[in-house]
Ligand binder design. Sequence first.
Ligand code: MRU
Length: 339
Amino acid sequence: MLPAIEWKKNRVVMIDQRKLPLKEIYLEYRRYDQVARAIETMVIRGAPAIGVAAAYGVALGVLAVRSGKDIDRAFEKITRRLERTRPTARNLFWALERMRRTFDASRGLKLADLKRRMLDEARAIETEDVATNEAIGRHGRDLIPDGATVLTHCNAGELATAGYGTAVGVIRAAHEQGKKIRVFSDETRPFLQGARLTCWELDRRGIPVVLITDNMAGWFMRKGEIQVVVVGADRIARNGDTANKIGTYSVAVLAKEHGIPFYVAAPMSTVDAGLATGDEIPIEERDPREVREAGGRCITLPHIAVRNPAFDVTPAKHIAGIITEKGVFRPPYDFRRVQ
Ligand code: MRU
């Protein structure tokens, strides 16, 4: 089963998430610029998984350097390319900063030793992410009542991380406790991470899942069919404002209207304590074709203007709790001191 990303014989192997659930195709990369392209084109996506990919991208780039005198210039070129891939997920920049600290601490080592250190650090980022997600699951599972239907949006599962998942990890942990849980998965237009990835993961794990279109959530809340919402995060400002997949904000407002708790599950590496509020979070705008087309076919007139922000920001006031590996934070949030 899975994982979304793996280091194998000096190559990075990823499952092509664009092709799921219809095809399970694994792609291998030997060069850092190929990894950067894989992040941009959504072969791999999800904030923590993007961080792991970026770290392995740096490792690949450094491994290819032939002489110690070129290493500084090469490192800058590699990290600059990887930084430019996707702007919103904090974990990408967090992972690159961590790789830079290792690089700086390895100056003066023989080139072969420096390369080994960089690869070890990337591996550590991957391994720690799984442990972090399991801890998120342990902290979050008690928030899911037995017999509940849980709504989730996008994919914050195994595929979006190095393993286990964040929001889906909370659901999994509750399921592993023996609770009878059902999941409503928003399809998550336009990229369909919910329909294609979350449903696939939950089905493989034997967790009952029902697919709904994004515009059905409010109606099911009104009918009393949803008891709790858990979503992932791409970046959390220090006041708790949270960027996540476009559509999350609407779900949070609907949950508030219906008195349903809305939780965010994310590792501390998603918190950007440098940002006072969510207004400062950069929001990626993606190719209009993702909206204009469905299944490769145009669904509107080709000249119609399209907007395609990939994320939105949910104000902290709508978030009942932020579930992290350090425990569940409750409002008012202040992440200044916790990192
Ligand atoms: O555009 P994506 O698919 O990278 O967006 C992913 C999300 O918004 C996830 O909910 C988020 O990254 C959390 S993944 C654990």
